[in-house]
Write a protein that binds this ligand. Structure first.
Ligand SMILES: Cc1ncc(COP(=O)(O)O)c(C=O)c1O
Length: 391
């Protein structure tokens, strides 16, 4: 057995796809310590810097003191605590939906919600670049999975037409695409889902807290929130905490509570995490939240401009996710390693996270990056980029 495992690991290495964890010492922030060295963090989803915010820390500490550190059971047994209900009420107010249901993570939400809404005999229409957890949810469901070309609403229209009348239709898309940073054409998708009486789910893991005037997310920013049946978002990114939610109608909440297996068969989130998320929901809507979003936008613009001035070609886009296409896996990983040597941490992204040939460095900006940090970073990235042949 050991031989088979070692052989498989060798094959992963040979294909340049071997992965390992990297240790961040101390707290998550713009600058972190790795291997005893201070480095600029450019691959965290802690977009607003809330992971280290005093209000979230205080909320978590107080919750541990008052409620303990575990819920002790799944939600439907004895694991529904006061904080679960307060967080769901706060979320429903924030997302302006009748109800919300909290999940243990974005992965758990997608693998729970999708099979709860579609099964054998139904059809799931999924953008080709959707997050892996959406693909896994669709595969788990037993429904037919139809993947449409990225952001191509005309192709989606044709596919919806071709499968008309074949069971329930569920359209699922990332709001902001996690590896590309571009945004789904939600106005067109909402029009199509209405014409075809389909259900629409938007995974807004990267837009919640960041997009829209009060950070309500991508559907709200585009003015189509009412056309989206399931607005899913996560707490592990801009909200600086952990977990996820589906903002939905009362009936959908009830259905998910009865059908979503990741919700039913898993110990619920602990009080500390819920309290931190609750504090984050308040903070995101406050003037401080608005000013962090402004700063994040400015940082994203500045970084794109500096990278382009340094000679890089970047895809169009204006979110906090900035991909730099680097081609093959070995160039990408060499690029990433050499950046770490000069004080910058950005992880190389390879298949299966992105399609073959789509390797990249995925830079993510935070509101807590300083103006000087980003120009300094672009200069170093350009120097290393020339060395590894990307410019
Ligand atoms: C678009 C998208 N959906 C879902 C997830 C999963 O969320 P979580 O990390 O909370 O499991 C991620 C996280 O990487 C994501 O980028």
């Amino acid at each position: 057995m050991k031989d088979i495992i070692l052989q498989e690991l060798e094959q992963i290495r040979e294909r340049g796809l071997y992965r390992r964890t990297r240790l961040i010492q101390g707290r998550q922030s713009a600058w972190v310590e790795m291997g005893g060295k201070r480095v600029l963090l450019l691959c965290s989803n802690n977009y607003l810097g809330l992971a280290g915010h005093p209000a979230l820390i205080e909320a978590a500490v107080n919750a541990a003191t008052q409620f303990g550190v575990s819920s002790g059971a799944s939600r439907l047994v004895s694991g529904t605590m006061e904080l679960h209900e307060r967080l769901e009420a706060a979320l429903a107010r924030f997302k302006q939906t009748p109800a919300a249901l909290v999940f243990n993570s974005g992965y758990a939400a997608n693998t729970g919600v999708i099979p709860a809404l579609a099964g054998r005999g139904d059809v799931i229409f999924s953008d080709r670049l959707n997050h892996a957890s959406i693909v896994d949810g669709a595969l788990l469901s037993g429904a037919r999975l139809v993947r449409y070309p990225h952001n191509d609403h005309n192709a989606l229209a044709r596919l919806l037409e071709r499968h008309r009348g074949k069971g329930r239709a569920l359209v699922v898309t990332d709001g902001v695409f996690s590896m590309d940073g571009d945004i789904a054409p939600l106005r067109e998708i909402v029009r199509l889902k209405t014409d075809h009486k389909a259900l629409l789910m938007v995974d807004d893991a990267h837009g919640s807290g960041v997009l829209g005037e009060q950070g309500r997310g991508v559907a709200e920013m585009m003015g189509v929130a009412d056309g989206v049946d399931i607005r899913m978002g996560t707490f592990g990114k801009a909200f600086g905490s952990y977990g996820a939610y589906a903002a939905v109608s009362q009936e959908l909440r009830e259905l998910l509570l009865n059908r979503a297996r990741s919700f039913i068969f898993s110990t619920s989130l602990p009080p500390t995490v819920l309290a931190a998320s609750l504090a984050a929901v308040e903070l995101v809507q406050s003037p401080e939240g608005a000013s962090l979003r402004d700063q994040l936008r400015r940082n994203s613009d500045q970084f794109r401009n500096s990278m382009r001035s340094a000679g890089f070609t970047l895809p169009d886009g204006n979110t906090q996710i900035v991909p730099l296409l680097t081609g093959e896996a070995d160039t990408t990983m060499r690029f990433s390693e050499q950046l770490l040597d000069v004080g910058l941490y950005v992880q190389g992204i390879r298949p299966p996270t992105v399609p073959a040939g789509g390797c990249r460095l995925r830079f993510t900006l935070m509101a807590t990056h300083g103006h000087g940090d980003l120009d300094w970073a672009a200069e170093r990235i350009a120097a290393v980029g020339r060395r590894v042949g990307v410019i």
